[in-house]
Design a protein. Structure first.
Length: 359
């Protein structure tokens, strides 16, 4: 098959971009001809196997004929449909309409995160964006997504069939490190951009800040694609900050930590960092959201807390620190979960969808 991917940008090491590029690599490995079209430069941070071409816009002139044209974000789906250069595919890694908070939730986000001007669109612009996003999801395109909750959302809200191909990681890079000694300073890792409220970084860090007041053995580690914001610095809880870590350098960082904490909210599409942490043998404190609950059949693979609840984060981390047996239990459970998510399987499921054999 001839397959073209449309990406808005490829210069940043975002997990969603990496997932798309890994799918493209996998399809090449299965014998398909793949081209990645991007408005950004070639990704020097990723070993890309398909052909790559940078374009200014996605049009019928820049998109070559193919069997499938895959839009990877809501803004890239309309040109995939309009170009008429192949069967359009809408690949969803998270419903973008939920990324724009409104009402009391928006006021909370603006107050807690103290985001730079124009980071969040105005209330009027958010309402307009949600309308535009909903219109995109109603376009006639083959719908493919990464989790059962997103499949259910698309089918129920937009009345179109959707195929869940799941998500995965490269288990050749993400593998467990040595068991960590359960004594001394405990390294707690929080990953993701402060500037994206969906990641709930404030709630995770605030919980750790509260806990650090009553115990002195926490060493809070942060990893993010962006420099640390002034608002995050003002919390005075982060001991170690890593900016723009290369994707395949992340396993070393995970393996050097005792616990992974996520504060992601319900709009999280998958939660790739949590899965990577599990694959590296790091126990997790995760929020009770569909993405994380969908990792396993029960709740044994992590300690779960309600979203937007720093007190619950503090309590869960303290419980973990006070029970050495939990380290072994959660580590083993997380490793079992991660083995079910090899990225190669995602490419094969996607291939079956594209050739009409389902997943």
């Amino acid at each position: 098959m001839r397959i073209v991917y449309l990406l808005e940008a490829t210069e940043w090491t975002w997990g969603g971009v990496k997932a798309v590029l890994e799918h493209a690599n996998g399809l090449v490995g299965l014998g398909h001809r793949v081209l990645v079209l991007s408005k950004g430069p070639a990704p020097t941070w990723f070993p890309l196997r398909p052909r790559f071409r940078r374009v200014q816009e996605f049009t019928s002139q820049t998109i070559p004929p193919a069997d499938y044209i895959i839009g990877t974000y809501w803004t890239t789906v309309p040109p995939a449909v309009a170009a008429r250069r192949g069967v359009p595919v809408h690949f969803c890694q998270g419903y973008e309409g939920d990324l724009y908070p409104e009402g009391a939730l928006r006021a909370e986000v603006e107050s807690l995160y103290r985001l730079p001007p124009h980071t969040l669109p105005s209330r009027e612009a958010c309402a307009k964006l949600r309308v535009e996003i909903e219109a995109v999801y109603r376009l006639p395109a083959l719908k493919v997504t990464v989790g059962p909750h997103l499949k259910a959302l698309i089918e129920s809200r937009f009345g179109q069939p959707c195929f869940d191909v799941g998500n995965g990681i490269d288990l050749r890079h993400f593998f467990p490190g040595a068991m960590r000694p359960q004594q001394g300073a405990r390294r707690v890792l929080v990953v993701g951009p402060w500037e994206w409220p969906v990641k709930g970084i404030f709630y995770a860090l605030e919980g750790l800040r509260q806990l650090s007041k009553r115990r002195g053995d926490l060493w809070v580690v942060r990893a993010c694609q962006l420099p640390q914001s002034e608002a995050e610095q003002a919390l005075r809880v982060v001991n170690e900050y890593h900016c723009d870590v290369a994707p395949y350098a992340m396993p070393h960082l995970y393996q050097g930590c005792d616990l992974f904490v996520s504060g992601s909210t319900e709009a999280e599409g998958f939660g790739l960092s949590a899965l990577e942490a599990m694959a590296c043998g790091v126990p997790c404190v995760l929020t009770e959201i569909p993405a994380y609950l969908g990792f396993g059949s029960g709740r044994e693979h992590a300690l779960f807390v309600p979203p937007r609840d720093p007190v619950a984060v503090a309590e869960a981390v303290e419980r973990f620190l006070g029970d050495p047996a939990l380290y072994v239990k959660l580590r083993l459970a997380g490793l079992q979960v991660a083995t079910r998510y090899p990225v190669e399987a995602v490419a094969k499921r996607l291939e079956r969808v594209l050739i009409g054999q389902g997943v």
